[in-house]
Design a protein around this ligand. Structure first.
Ligand code: FUB
Length: 342
């Protein structure tokens, strides 16, 4: 992959902006990074972007990924290892294509890889695969997780060892087609088209002890404004689009997400995993590329934002994972990050 290196050796975007960071790897394209600390090391579970020669459309048909590969490093800034294929779509019995943004979890000696993909009827479902190693190979369960649908699973384990899956994404992620509780192929390609009503909510479900099923029916994750009123469907700068990620700091629960077509990473704060969460602000301004998708993890005493952009390819569907330190103000708000240097 080639970069955009301006005179002087500095990488710049096509608009001439200087990138804040360089990609973690350039041998393959990676996106949607879910980072975790396992056994004192950093593991990143990204999408593995490929060029399938499919033009961009609003459903994300161009994101035609076929397998997962794990990245690891001993510490932030350390050498990054690209591990062999962890699982291929042909090894996921229920899936047909588009292995989108994954997440991983560890419990009781087993690593779990959560994978959204289109099933044989073209409906996005979420399945799970297991391994004794954080880098795989992973073995898929025969069927998707019952009651899980749409895209972008993010599994959060609280201090009491209970785990929860957040999931969902509108437009290509099909969440709007589940608005009435079951899949409706006529449910539209974008959102509810009800700008003055509450926006489509991401979902949360507590996981069973086996980490392979839900212990409850998924519930709506409510995102509200400072007055406690739901964020509306027309509020594209604040409403949930995709890329849910939860973390906990100093007793507060941070529900973080992408606003999609306005390209922000945003966050809302609550006092328990279910919410409601009060919209608080932005984590990151738009990156180069249409999508923005992240994770946030604490390594030793610092917090890190993992994200992606299209610096290496200048193509929306060929992205590269980056990481940068994230800091907090004394009141617990996040210091917003500009992906370009001023
Ligand atoms: O990578 C495919 C999709 O694009 C992800 O599932 C979304 O979050 C967006 O990044």
């Amino acid at each position: 992959a080639g970069g955009n290196t301006a005179a002087g050796g500095e990488a710049r975007s096509p608009e001439g902006k200087r990138y804040l960071n360089q990609p973690l790897v350039s041998e393959i394209f990676t996106a949607d990074p879910s980072a975790h600390v396992f056994n004192g090391k950093l593991y990143v579970y990204p999408s593995h972007d490929i060029d399938a020669g499919i033009p961009n459309d609003d459903l994300g048909t161009q994101y035609a990924m076929k397998d997962y590969r794990v990245l690891s490093m001993d510490r932030p800034g350390g050498e990054v290892t690209i591990h062999p294929v962890a699982i291929d779509v042909s090894q996921i019995p229920w899936a047909s294509k588009q292995t989108w943004a994954p997440d991983a979890a560890y419990k009781n000696g087993t690593y779990y890889l959560y994978m959204p993909a289109r099933d044989k009827d073209d409906v996005f479902r979420i399945g799970v695969a297991t391994s004794k190693s954080p880098t795989g190979p992973f073995v898929a369960e025969p069927m998707p997780i019952p009651g899980a649908y749409s895209i972008d699973p993010a599994v959060f384990t609280d201090d009491d060892n209970e785990s929860y899956m957040f999931f969902g994404g509108i437009w290509g992620g099909q969440l709007q087609r589940w608005a009435n509780g079951s899949y409706n192929a006529q449910g539209g390609d974008t959102d509810l088209k009800q700008d003055d009503k509450p926006a489509l909510a991401p979902k949360i479900a507590r996981m069973s002890a086996d980490m392979k099923t839900f212990a409850e029916k998924p519930r709506d994750v409510q995102i509200v404004d400072a007055e406690g009123k739901p964020i509306l469907g027309g509020d594209h700068e604040r409403r949930f689009f995709e890329a849910a990620w939860m973390f906990k700091r100093e007793g507060k629960y941070y529900f973080t997400y992408s606003t999609g077509d306005t390209h922000y990473l945003a966050y809302a704060v609550g006092d328990n995993p279910y919410g409601p969460f009060t919209y608080t602000g932005r984590i990151m301004e738009p990156v180069q590329g249409w999508t923005t998708h992240h994770s946030i993890v604490k390594f030793e005493d610092k917090w890190w934002l993992f994200y992606h952009d299209t610096q290496l390819s200048n193509k929306n569907y060929l992205r590269s994972v980056k990481m940068t330190e994230m800091t907090f103000n004394p009141d617990g708000t996040i210091v917003p990050i500009n992906p370009f240097k001023d």
